[in-house]
Design a protein around this ligand. Structure first.
Ligand code: GLN
Ligand code: ZN
Length: 756
């Protein structure tokens, strides 16, 4: 039995690629230096995989920015506006990735989107009627040869034609079908070139196969591969799916002329039953994704061995594989020096997953696997009762009843009552929470962390900032104020650090987009609140003004979605534990005189399952109640707000309304406001604050511009329901643009208010 992985992290052991690229962007490093770092990294990563005795080592999984962007270059679909810049190829590549502003012109970057259900982002291909698809094969062949020179025959990896076209944006009259012939030719050429270079296996990634497909989609897929596979020559072609099962097209896929089929046994809930029901062809190799490529926990050898052994009676040829690319996990546990081994022994990052594949392969061939040391050690991990259990919390979750998820009185009664008590003007103005995190704010936090200043010094500084911030908001004339979030590094980490059950790593970075990485905290045990987390600052802020100051919390679903979750309890249970902890905080804020509480669910949409049929049963049916549990205990006169970092929620709009918040703010400034039509269609009851300007850019919106946008909104939203706010927190902005923008926002609201 052989082993394989779908892909490996490219950012490096210590994020070397990030730092070198960023120095190159700043002009501190030359292109040559960047290219040589990249080459070094590829070599290191291949050798590491070779040392772990991995049989099928991927190549072309390396990328300077993103694999989809590499495919855009490979298929020669670079949009005209970048070509017109007449840059060298590396600069042109980065112009697409990051935008270009310089002697040769001024162009924005390509759009970026979330890669399926991960926190990784890809660059969206743009295809217009003049686009000509043809092959530019350099990178993929060069990297294969580069590895060959190290005596490693790699398995080149490429994004497939079907996924590429399905994710592309077509801006003209033509559709994907108009490119059928050209894209077939391009992939045929590619396979030919790789054959000439001496490949054995080629991995073609088709993750789109795990999403809902129409019968036309499936016909199109078949058409593409009927043709592409004619050119395979000596190479063996693996079609690789991940992030789910291929229930819509399993039979079509196994009947095509592929040599290997990569299936996901981790997220693919139906993968095994598909195989059982439909058989797996004897002449093909099953690449069985049994090692979780997304989570950071050790594999359970007992379970995996029994799965693979059972699988053997359905598939003759099995290769042990990861469920998806290891891009989505950190590089290695070795970098974690501070965490105790009683935790670390449960962790498996990318490098450790290579060892797990090696262990499993050995165990599957050895005569007495159950006596093997590696096996025994692994079994023990899963038999041991992990510390971090909290029976009190478990019991609390177990004994929740329907009523705990329902806030009373109902929305309309609350709305009426709150309007009379708060007495806010029409079109009340507010912000999303954070104010600019200046250098001094971060320096203060760091000094405290390092023990250079006392707790009192640290807090006094923050309180001074709060009082400045409140004064500023009063001067600007905002109606509902915030404390500014100066104590928070990050909206999830801050709560994680203050909750029991969380672990933090030092270097467990995961690529999010381009050179940006995130370091998600780890949910280790049962979650509970150690002590009040936000009350002191909120109370202070409220004490120095007559206006209302919003208490500011992060919701349970967002905290969960931006953490590495446990595997030993369900996501639902974990979300409810988090909800109970945040609920305590909500009630504490209320008891301390905070009248408006905002519970951010910035990432609620992020983990929506890929298939519509799973949306409710697998996710929304617990995610929305988890949010409701957080605020169902407050009084009728306490106003609950929530915030979301996107506006594409037309398809789950009823669920958003069912969160039963009193008001919701969301990103809208860059959208075409079609969301507002959807709000009307579903008779959305929650009050809304669609962001009136884009905080992701330093640009200051004019008063007139905001007046216009408010007019547009008022055509469709009743004046009693509309809030006026920016589209997200102001943390990443500078002071100057923030003040100017907010002044214009308040002016605009006043102008429009006077017209009403
Ligand atoms: N309250 C948070 C802030 O203003 C919300 C951040 C977010 O939506 N990402 O920073
Ligand atoms: Zn936001």
């Amino acid at each position: 039995m052989k082993t394989s992985i779908v892909g490996f992290p490219r950012i490096g052991f210590l994020r070397e690629l990030k730092f070198t690229s960023e120095s190159y962007f700043k002009g501190e490093k030359t292109a040559k230096e960047l290219l040589s770092t990249a080459k070094e990294l590829r070599k290191k990563h291949w050798l590491l995989q070779k040392d772990s005795n991995l049989d099928l080592i991927p190549s072309n999984d390396f990328s300077f920015y993103d694999g989809m962007l590499d495919t855009i270059v490979m298929l020669n679909t670079i949009p005209k506006r970048y070509k017109e810049l007449r840059l060298d190829s590396l600069s042109e590549y980065f112009a697409m990735a990051r935008g270009y502003q310089g002697e040769n012109g001024d162009v924005k970057a390509l759009a970026m989107k979330k890669w399926f259900n991960t926190n990784y982002h890809y660059m969206v291909p743009e295809i217009d009627d003049d686009t000509k698809i043809n092959l530019n094969y350099n990178k993929i062949v060069n990297e294969f040869i580069e590895a060959k020179e190290l005596d490693i025959i790699t398995k080149p990896v490429v994004i497939g034609a079907f996924t590429f076209l399905k994710l592309a944006k077509f801006s003209g009259e033509k559709t994907a079908y108009d490119f059928t012939e050209d894209i077939i030719n391009a992939y045929c050429d590619l396979i030919k070139k790789l054959n000439e270079a001496g490949v054995e296996w080629i991995q073609i990634d088709e993750p789109i196969l795990v999403t809902d497909l129409s019968s036309e989609d499936i016909l199109f897929f078949k058409k593409l591969y009927n043709e592409i596979l004619k050119s395979k020559g000596n190479a063996k072609i693996l079609v690789q799916s991940y992030f789910g099962d291929i229930r819509d097209c399993y039979n079509e896929v196994i009947n095509l002329n592929f040599d290997g089929i990569g299936l996901d046994f981790v997220e693919g809930k139906k993968t095994f039953s598909l195989i059982k029901a439909n058989k797996f062809p004897e002449d093909k190799v099953l690449f069985a994704g049994v090692i979780n490529g997304k989570n950071i926990w050790r594999n359970n050898y007992k379970k995996t061995l029994s799965l693979v052994n059972e699988l053997k009676s359905y598939a003759k040829n099995i290769v042990l594989n990861t469920s998806c690319s290891l891009l989505h996990v950190p590089f290695t546990v070795e970098n974690e020096k501070k965490l105790d081994n009683s935790y670390v022994k449960y962790f498996s990052f990318a490098a450790e997953k290579l060892n797990e594949l090696e262990d499993l392969k050995m165990l599957l061939t050895c005569k007495t696997p159950f006596n093997n040391n590696e096996y025994v050690r692994n079994i023990k991990l899963f038999e041991e009762v992990r510390h971090g259990k909290n029976d009190f919390v478990k019991e609390k979750v177990r004994s929740l009843s329907e009523d705990d998820f329902i806030r009373s009185p109902d929305f309309y009664k609350r709305e009426k009552l709150q309007k009379s008590i708060f007495n806010l003007p029409l079109l009340p103005t507010t912000t999303i929470g954070s104010f600019p995190q200046t250098k001094e704010v971060r320096a203060n936090r760091l000094a405290y962390k390092k023990g250079e200043i006392s707790e009192k010094q640290y807090k006094d500084f923050n309180k001074d900032k709060i009082s400045e911030c409140i004064k500023l908001q009063e001067e600007i004339g905002l109606d509902v104020l915030v404390h500014g979030e100066f104590e928070r590094n990050d909206m999830v980490e801050y709560f994680g650090e203050n909750l029991e059950g969380y672990l933090f790593t030092e270097k467990a970075w995961v690529q999010s987009y381009g050179t940006r990485c995130v370091k998600p905290p780890i949910i280790w045990g049962d979650i509970s609140r150690k002590k009040a987390m936000t009350v002191e600052y909120s109370k202070y802020a409220q004490s120095i003004t007559k206006k209302y100051v919003k208490g500011m919390l992060t919701g349970p679903v967002t905290i969960l979605n931006w953490s590495f979750p446990r595997e030993d309890i369900s996501l639902r249970e974990c979300a409810l534990q988090l909800a109970l902890a945040i609920r305590d905080e909500v009630l504490d804020l209320e008891a301390n005189g905070i009248k408006i509480i905002q519970i951010d669910e910035a990432a609620l949409r992020e983990k929506l399952p890929l298939r519509k049929s799973d949306w409710h049963t697998e996710y929304l049916d617990w995610a929305i109640p988890a949010f409701r549990l957080v605020h169902s205990g407050v009084n009728a006169e306490t106003q609950i707000h929530t915030h979301m970092c996107y506006s594409e929620f037309s398809d789950i709009i009823k669920d958003i309304d069912n969160m039963d918040a009193d008001a919701i703010t969301f990103e809208a400034s860059r959208s075409d406001l079609t969301i507002i039509d959807s709000l009307n269609e579903c008779m959305f009851k929650t009050e809304v604050g669609p962001g009136v300007y884009d905080i992701h850019s330093p640009r200051i919106p004019s008063t007139e511009e905001i007046v216009n946008i408010l007019h547009k909104m008022l055509n469709k939203i009743s004046k009693e329901k509309l809030w006026v706010n920016p589209d997200c927190g102001l943390k990443t902005r500078g002071n100057h643009e923030t003040v100017k923008s907010l002044e214009n926002l308040v002016k605009a609201a006043k102008i429009v208010r006077d017209e009403l």
